[in-house]
Design a protein around this ligand. Structure first.
Ligand SMILES: [Zn+2]
Length: 78
């Protein structure tokens, strides 16, 4: 059972990422991929695409097929 380091509950960290709609910082725990902005309710993604998706063979199971497909699509658009 291998998991991405960022998914390890023992290593939870908090980081802030700006909301794409209102620009206010949104607090993310390291195991959260996306949240509703508490200020304007827009979806905020922790990263445009998580770095592990590009190299981790387990990314599809790790993120779930739906989110994986969405994020993989966003990578391709770049
Ligand atoms: Zn916002």
């Amino acid at each position: 059972m291998s998991r991405c380091p960022g998914q390890d509950m023992r290593n939870l960290t908090i980081s802030y990422h700006p909301c794409p709609e209102c620009g206010k910082p949104v607090e993310f725990f390291s195991d959260e991929m996306r949240l509703h902005c508490p200020h304007c309710r827009a979806w905020v993604h922790r990263d445009r695409a998580p770095s592990c998706i590009e190299w981790c063979k387990g990314a599809k199971e790790c993120l779930g097929a739906e989110l994986y497909a969405k994020l993989a699509g966003e990578i391709k658009k770049k």
